[in-house]
Design a protein around this ligand. Structure first.
Ligand SMILES: *[C@@H]1O[C@H](CO)[C@@H](O)[C@H](O)[C@H]1NC(C)=O
Ligand SMILES: *[C@@H]1O[C@H](CO)[C@@H](O)[C@H](O)[C@H]1NC(C)=O
Length: 398
């Protein structure tokens, strides 16, 4: 009797073991099956979750898969910690997700292997919130790309403590860059932003090691010290944009930068001293822009080793007389249609130097104004001040 019950107990034990074993095997298989509603392409090691019936992100991927595509889905939110069980994930792409509207803070936390996070055609994604791209801890350079996604606003600290970003490309629409929106980023190789309509002050606070900073197809005023704290940047480029005003000290606080370039922009007023306080600037390039007001030499004054101001179109006035003192500048920049595109030098010659001045210049054997070198621009500025005040004085007397 006793013996029988022992055998029975043993049997039950074996059965239990078998059931447990089966259960483990089944749950392992579960882990390696493709998530519901998704396709798993073994060759590409890619999981694709596609179609309107997809309302949530998968919570795990079969082992060995490194790429996730969410396409045409009804997903509304990328929640905090969405990918916590996908440490191996290298790429995530969101394509054509009309309902996607929110990326919660720390959404991509802990994705140590991630190399690419890309959004294409997500028309509901209009705002990037604080800390959305924080806590990723990527070990390799990461690209974060928004295409055809009409971002209107990037909140402060959206990328707080992001590190080692290879590329951040944001093609926004009527995009407002909030105070501190690119703050506290440690290393960003290529920043490209388009569609900007507002830049608040201090967008780059505490950020370091930005290599190339590129704004295009935008319309914004540049407030004072916008780029301060950026150092060791190789290229700051603003192109194909409308910039009604560049504040005094707009570029102050930049240190050790190779090139500041304004290219093919419609510039309104460049304030005096806009570039004056950039320390250790290699080259200032202002090329092929239309410029509204450049009435003082101080607008382009900088400590750049090299300055190229070429092929710009300006509203010509006699206030630009100072320009003829800068070697070549008045030959390679041009008046607008109102002065039939002639060079600034020929405009000044025809309109602003009266004959009596010409004669006195000749008789005194003064060097011609055009032979002043660009390094004497400061001197010339003071000369023109003296000239200006003497004219005023003279007018007063009359
Ligand atoms: C995804 O959406 C695009 C555009 O709306 C459509 O052309 C395509 O057929 C859709 N694909 C699937 C699998 O639903
Ligand atoms: C900048 O860094 C300092 C020191 O870490 C910190 O106290 C300050 O709050 C940071 N500023 C911003 C805007 O994050």
């Amino acid at each position: 009797m006793n013996l029988f019950s022992d055998v029975q107990k043993f049997n039950i034990f074996i059965w239990k073991l078998l059931i447990l074993f089966h259960f483990l095997k089944y749950s392992n298989a579960l882990r390696d099956t493709c998530p519901m509603g998704c396709q798993c392409d073994e060759d590409k090691q890619q999981v694709t979750c596609e179609g309107q019936q997809v309302v949530t992100l998968p919570d795990r991927l079969p082992s060995g898969y490194e790429s996730l595509v969410i396409r045409n889905s009804s997903v509304r939110t990328i929640e905090k910690n969405s990918f916590r069980k996908m440490e191996k994930l290298m790429q995530i792409e969101f394509e054509n997700n009309p309902n996607l509207g929110t990326i919660e803070k720390l959404a991509f936390k802990g994705l140590k292997k991630i190399r690419l996070i890309k959004f294409t055609t997500c028309p509901g994604l209009t705002e990037l919130q604080k800390n959305a791209f924080s806590g990723i801890q990527n070990q390799m350079g990461l690209k974060i790309i928004f295409e055809k996604t009409p971002i209107h606003r990037i909140d402060g600290h959206t990328f707080r403590n992001a590190q080692n970003i290879r590329e951040l490309t944001i093609s926004g629409e009527e995009l407002a860059l909030s105070r501190h929106c690119f703050a506290n980023i440690n290393q960003l190789d290529f920043l490209t932003v388009s569609g900007v309509v507002l830049i608040e002050p201090e967008i780059f606070t505490n950020s370091t090691r930005f290599h190339v900073v590129h704004f295009k197809n935008s319309q914004f005023d540049i407030p004072p010290s916008t780029f301060s704290t950026l150092s060791h940047t190789s290229h700051l480029l603003i192109e194909h944009s409308k910039v009604p005003s560049i504040a005094p000290d707009a570029f102050s606080g930049l240190t050790t930068i190779q090139v500041i370039e304004l290219h093919a922009c419609q510039l309104g007023t460049i304030s005096a001293r806009a570039f004056a306080n950039v320390e250790n600037l290699g080259e200032l390039k202002i090329l092929r822009n239309t410029i509204g007001d450049l009435d003082t030499s101080e607008s382009i004054m900088s400590r750049a080793l090299k300055t190229r101001i070429e092929e710009n179109t300006l509203e010509c006035s006699c206030g630009m007389k100072w320009m003829t003192s800068v070697e070549e500048m008045s030959d390679i920049n041009f008046c607008s249609t109102t002065a039939s595109f002639r060079s600034i030098r020929s405009f000044i010659k025809a309109k602003c130097l009266n004959p009596s001045q010409e004669i006195s210049r000749k008789t005194n054997h003064l060097p011609s104004i055009s032979s002043f070198s660009s390094s004497s621009i400061v001197n010339f500025y003071f000369l023109s001040l003296v000239w200006y005040f003497s004219v005023r004085f003279f007018v007063f007397r009359i």
